[in-house]
Design a protein around this ligand. Sequence first.
Ligand code: UDP
Length: 234
Amino acid sequence: MKYKRILLKLSGEALMGEKQHGIDSNRLEQYADEIKSAHDKGLEIAIVIGGGNIFRGVDGEKSGIDRVQGDYMGMLATVINAMALQSALEKHGMYTRLMSGLKMEQVCEPFIRRRAIRHLEKGRIVIFGAGIGNPYFTTDSTASLRAIEIESDVVLKGTRVDGVYTADPEKDPAATKYNEVSFQEAYEKGLNIMDMTAFTLCMENNLPIIVFDMNKSGNLLNIVNGKEVGTLIS
Ligand code: UDP
C-alpha cells in the first residue's frame, strides 16, 4: 500500500448522483463499497463531506439570507450528508465516528485532534462534519486543515472529473489532463483544484493532493495501491 492514512474529500454534489438535489442512496451505497475495499486493506481513512447538494452560504445571499447565517446553514447541511454517509458505512460493517466542527452533542463528537487520531489508529473511519465550524470557509479548506492536523499522507479529492485539466473539459474539447503537476505550476496557471485557502494550506505544508473520479469503480483502491489515477499535485 502506498499510503497509511488518507483524507478523502467528497463533495455534497457528488451525493446527488442522478438526482437534482438531496442524496441518492445508490451513490451512497457505491461510495460505501469503495471505501470498504480500501479500508479492508488496513488503510486509515478520514472523510470530509461537503454540503453543496443541500445548501451553500453564497447561494443564500442571493435569496436575502445573510452570508454568515447562510454559511452556518451550509455547515449544518454537511452534517446531514455526514450522517447519511455514516449510516451507509456502518451498514457495510465499518466502525465510524462522526466529529463535528460545531457542537452537536446528540449526534456527533466534538472535533478533538488527538481523539480523531486515536479513532483512526483503532481502525474507525472518522467523518468530519460541519466543516471547520467557521463561516467564510469551505469543506475543501476543512479537508486540507484536518488532513494536516491528523497527519494524513495525502488529500484525495473525489470529484466527477478524472483529474485536473488545462481548461474546463466540459467546455473546451481541446483541454488536456495533467497526470502530475507541481503546486507552483498549478498556482501560476491558476488551475482549478481547490479554493485558494485550501490550496495554499496544502502547498505550505507539503501535503500532496490527488484529484480523481470517485464515481469510477476501483479508483480509490487503485490510488491506495500506488497506481497512477487522476492528477497528483505535489
Ligand atoms: N461552510 C462554512 N465553513 C466551513 C465549511 C463549510 O461556512 O468550514 C459552509 C459554506 O457556506 C459552504 C457550505 O458550508 O458553501 C457547504 O460546503 P461546501 O460548499 O464546501 O460543499 P461542497 O461544495 O463540497 O459540496
